[in-house]
Design a protein around this ligand. Structure first.
Ligand code: AMP
Length: 397
């Protein structure tokens, strides 16, 4: 069966068509600048050259139509008609407290996603536009919503409640939700599999270290804590996001610089993290290169970044009263060999040591700790699209 995985943003739409039997990606692509001048679709079918189609995409429905045309095209297509798409899996950023797992999309589910929109105003409305466009063009194809927040819904109250007046939770649902849940779920399951163990018997910490980053504690298969919060701004230092700071800094800087709260929010989300600290870039490769050339601010930014990850690992060892495995994933976690070494330097107290030779890998499944380490360290490439396809298939079967 073929599952179409859609990740719809306000002006972009990413897709993958996955054969659920072989789990191979048959085709993937990206529509950019939807609703703006200069729209472009980049489509790649497995084993074929990339195709770039520059054509107006005034609406998301036009974009979805172009994706269907590309998938069914005589030259660069991979299926004959829409009838060969068994289901569509939609990535949804925020499911609030309503969604503890993926859900078949119905009018009721759409209403519930809409109700979570004020928790993710940049994402959920865009996802809904994508869902409605797909429903319009593929009315008979079942669709499933897969939420970034769902995996973290098993957190206990002590982990998700903030030290704030309780009425903000009651009135506005202000609490920790956590994000990257599909990745934390997939990677923790895969880490157990690689070690030949059952996730239900293990304590695992997943470090999803990309441009955005989060750490989670997965105790016997269930998430018990995660570093992101009400929004993806909380937690470790990230590419452009500050992560944890003293909340009083916001008012202090707003007064000093004459910023509004929205402007301050923009600084925290887009101008902070290793970008703001180093003044070099949000891309960890650039910051690493600058540090190597002697840029002190870049070196400090990286040090602070690794330190922030190590502190969360320590917190989650405490939360679970132990840990069996620590998995590194996403752009930095999978590829930054020296970064993993820097983080592992803080972990000696756990009775684990990184193996320099085994750690010399990028983007592949690998145990990277020395034989005999009490806690296993792993590199585990994440695959959110495959996880969405699997969950979509499970629900439509
Ligand atoms: P993601 O958000 O998961 O796509 O991760 C993006 C981040 O991964 C970027 O900041 C990249 O700099 C980083 N990244 C990708 N490859 C490498 C690498 N070889 N070394 C260091 N960082 C990398």
């Amino acid at each position: 069966m073929n599952i179409l995985v859609i990740n719809c943003g306000s002006s972009s739409l990413k897709y993958q068509l996955i054969d659920s039997d072989s789990e191979a990606v048959l085709a993937k692509g990206l529509c950019e600048r939807i609703g703006i001048e200069g729209s472009v679709l980049t489509h790649t079918a497995a084993g074929k050259d990339k195709v770039v189609i520059e054509t107006p995409m005034p609406t998301h429905t036009t974009a979805v139509k172009l994706v269907i045309d590309a998938l069914t095209d005589a030259n660069h297509g991979v299926i004959n008609s829409v009838d060969e798409i068994a289901a569509v899996g939609h990535r949804i950023v925020h499911g609030g407290e309503k969604f503890t797992s993926s859900a078949i999309i119905t009018d009721e589910v759409i209403k519930n996603i809409e109700e979570c929109s004020d928790l993710a105003p940049l994402h959920n409305p865009a996802h809904l536009i994508g869902i409605n466009s797909c429903r319009e063009l593929m009315p008979n194809v079942p669709m499933v919503a897969v939420f970034d927040t769902a995996f973290h819904q098993t957190m206990p109250e002590k982990a998700y409640l903030y030290g704030l007046p309780y009425e903000y939770y009651e009135k506005y649902k202000v609490r920790r939700y956590g994000f990257h849940g599909t990745s934390h779920d997939y990677v923790s399951a895969r880490a157990a599999e690689i070690l030949g163990k059952k996730r239900e018997d293990m304590k695992i910490i997943v470090c999803h270290l990309g441009n955005g980053g989060s750490v989670s504690a997965v105790d016997h298969g269930k998430c018990v804590d995660t570093s992101m919060g009400l929004t993806p701004l909380q937690g470790i230092i990230m590419g452009t996001r500050s992560g944890d700071i003293d909340p009083a800094i916001c008012d202090f800087i707003c007064q000093k610089e004459g910023l509004t709260s929205q402007e301050m929010n923009n600084v925290l989300n887009k101008k902070s993290g290793v970008l703001g600290m180093s003044g070099v870039s949000s891309d960890f490769r650039d910051v690493e290169a600058a540090a190597k050339e002697g840029n002190k601010r870049a070196a400090n930014a990286l040090d602070a970044y690794y330190y922030s990850v190590a502190k969360y690992i320590g917190a989650y060892v405490a939360a679970m009263n132990g840990v069996d495995a620590i998995a590194f994933t996403a752009g930095v976690g999978e590829n930054n060999i020296s970064g993993r070494v820097e983080i592992a330097k803080y972990l000696g107290y756990l009775g684990t040591e990184i193996d320099t030779e085994k750690n010399n890998v990028r983007g592949v499944d690998a145990v990277i700790s020395k034989d005999g380490s009490k806690v296993a360290l792993l590199c585990v490439p994440t695959n959110e699209e495959l996880a969405i396809a699997r969950q979509t298939l499970a629900l439509i079967k």
